[in-house]
Design a protein around this ligand. Structure first.
Ligand SMILES: NC(=O)c1ccc[n+]([C@@H]2O[C@H](COP(=O)([O-])OP(=O)(O)OC[C@H]3O[C@@H](n4cnc5c(N)ncnc54)[C@H](O)[C@@H]3O)[C@@H](O)[C@H]2O)c1
Length: 252
């Protein structure tokens, strides 16, 4: 039996891309999933896909930057499913620009969604995980944490999430809560398509060019990341904490 059987997961930004693939993967392993999205209806396709495969899921509308909405989303999940075992902080946005053109709003938006959103959700979830003496938190960093032109805001947020992950692992480890991060490279989603549009480069062409620079010679798919998150959320990874796992085909 999968160690995800009967577990309850919250995945933020799970209406599409990596979050949707993760919600579907966790549900396939037997977890009940709360699909958190900016608007409840954004989560409907993911919920439908999970239910069609025989799993259990609900959609919750919640802006991860709003502390009240985050508390309500966690309460709603517990009222519906009885507990909370797994939190995947995945919601994300980009506001790319070179430093000299980057607005204060571009900076604040990216910090708020990635860093503050992960902080608010982790703080709300840990109360229940500490009480249960059981929990798994997976944060979503990026290879951009190592530096990426046009992403001063995003790379700072993604590097910040690595420090956040390592600190939570220290604080929450004594309560049997594992905290890790995945750091994806080039994954084919709406987010990477948006970057191509900003660069004025054909998306298919950009994928081919990126694949040539990647040791495994292909770009990643959302499921590549979802599989690693599912492992980190499982009891097979119960002695892994405070780690950042790059899911990038071997590229730094
Ligand atoms: N695609 C990649 O190549 C890549 C690489 C490294 C890291 N990542 C990270 O993976 C995560 C998922 O990225 P993706 O490519 O699937 O992106 P995506 O744009 O396809 O999906 C992100 C989702 O987050 C939701 N979201 C945004 N702001 C929100 C908010 N304030 N509250 C609730 N939901 C919100 C969006 O509605 C969207 O559905 C992000 O954290 C991203 O930074 C992606």
């Amino acid at each position: 039996m999968s160690s995800l059987q009967g577990k309850v997961a919250v995945v933020t930004g799970a209406g599409q891309g990596i979050g949707a693939a993760t919600a579907i993967r966790l549900a396939a392993g037997g977890a009940k999933v709360a699909v958190v999205e900016l608007k409840e209806e954004f989560g409907h396709n993911t919920v439908q896909a999970i239910r069609a495969a025989g799993g259990e899921a609900i959609a919750i509308g919640c802006n991860v930057t709003n502390g009240t909405e985050v508390e309500q989303a966690v309460t709603h999940t517990i009222e519906r499913f009885g507990r909370l075992d797994i939190l995947v902080n995945n919601a994300g946005v980009i506001r790319d620009n070179l430093l000299f053109k980057m607005s204060e709003d571009d900076w604040d938006t990216v910090m708020d969604v990635h860093l503050k959103g992960s902080f608010l959700f982790s703080r709300a979830a840990q109360k229940h995980m500490v009480r249960q003496r059981y929990g798994k938190i997976v944060n979503t960093s990026s290879t951009s944490a190592l530096g990426n032109r046009g992403q001063a805001n995003y790379s700072a947020a993604k590097a910040g999430l690595q420090g956040f992950t390592k600190t939570l692992a220290i604080e929450l480890g004594p309560f049997n809560i594992n905290v890790n991060a995945v750091a994806p490279g080039f994954i084919v989603t709406a987010m990477t398509k948006e970057t191509s549009e900003r660069m004025g480069v054909d998306f298919e062409e950009r994928q081919r060019a990126a694949a040539e620079q990647i040791p495994l010679r292909r770009v990643g798919q959302p499921e590549d990341v979802a599989n690693v998150i599912a492992f980190l959320a499982s009891d097979e990874a119960s002695y892994v904490s405070g780690q950042v796992i790059y899911v990038s085909g071997g590229r730094r």
